[in-house]
Design a binder for this molecule. Structure first.
Ligand code: Y39
Ligand code: FE
Ligand code: FE
Ligand code: FE
Length: 230
């Protein structure tokens, strides 16, 4: 018998799939909710851009609603306690930075790290998603590129004054992302998403962003490897 090359069909209705989905879906819902409030807070820190940030925040709120619908469609109850803990460390660092008016760290956490994490996750998810979630996620990921772009542009325009703070914030926050990824590695795999693919997509996106902002290749290598362990 000759082997045929075709995608392995995923059964979206198994207990195993729905259990994993209850955590991944919750993470995405919580992430979108936090992104909403992060952008409103960024709008407070940068009054000349309040309108822009409010627009981005509204998109995040729409994303959250879309992903809530994806969970409902699969009759999954999102595990929001898990998701809140999942984001706690990054969320805490954003709040600390906000409290001291540290715009650069807030932008690095939300607009670079979290947006690149979202772009990687959504791009890897789309080909293996159920048809309903695929459609929603395709719409969402387009917005995430706009969000990433907005942060990149501000940081590019303030690169000389932000460089040191960006390096420090990267050193503090990038290792948290790798820990987060390890926590969901198994659940992601159940959904058809490989950790290696997620890391690769994140690295490409994040590295490209650092380059656009003004870092050289050597900086990018050093910064994106920060805290990465196997
Ligand atoms: O800007 C945004 O909309 C980001 C909040 C959303 C982040 C979603 C985080 C996705 C991580 C999923 C990990 C699955 C393996
Ligand atoms: Fe079905
Ligand atoms: Fe979003
Ligand atoms: Fe976003």
């Amino acid at each position: 018998m000759g082997q045929t090359l075709e995608a392995v069909a995923i059964d979206y209705h198994t207990e195993n799939y729905r259990d994993a989905y209850s955590r991944i879906n919750a993470i995405v819902i919580e992430g979108e909710a936090e992104a909403y409030s992060n952008y409103l807070q960024l709008g407070e820190l940068l009054p000349e851009f309040t309108e822009d940030f409010t627009r981005l925040a509204k998109m995040e709120d729409r994303h959250k609603k879309g992903f809530i619908a994806c969970g409902k469609n699969l009759k999954v109850t999102p595990d929001m306690d898990f998701a809140e803990k999942f984001f706690a460390e990054l969320h805490g660092n954003f709040q600390k930075a906000f409290a001291t008016g540290d715009i650069v760290t807030c932008l690095l956490i939300q607009s670079l790290i979290i947006e690149c994490f979202a772009i990687a996750a959504y791009n890897i998810y789309i080909p293996v998603a159920d048809p309903f979630a695929r459609k929603i996620t395709e719409g969402v990921v387009k917005d995430e590129y706009l969000h990433l772009n907005f942060g990149e542009e501000w940081l590019q325009n303030h690169f000389d004054d932000s460089k040191a703070a960006l390096e420090q914030a990267n050193r503090q926050n990038l290792p948290i992302v790798w820990k987060m990824l390890n926590q969901v590695e198994n659940d992601a795999k159940v959904l058809g998403m490989e950790k290696e693919a997620l890391v690769e997509d994140f690295m490409i996106q994040y590295g490209e962003s650092l380059g656009k902002i003004g870092f050289n290749t050597r900086d990018i290598m050093r910064m994106s490897a920060m805290g990465l362990v196997a």
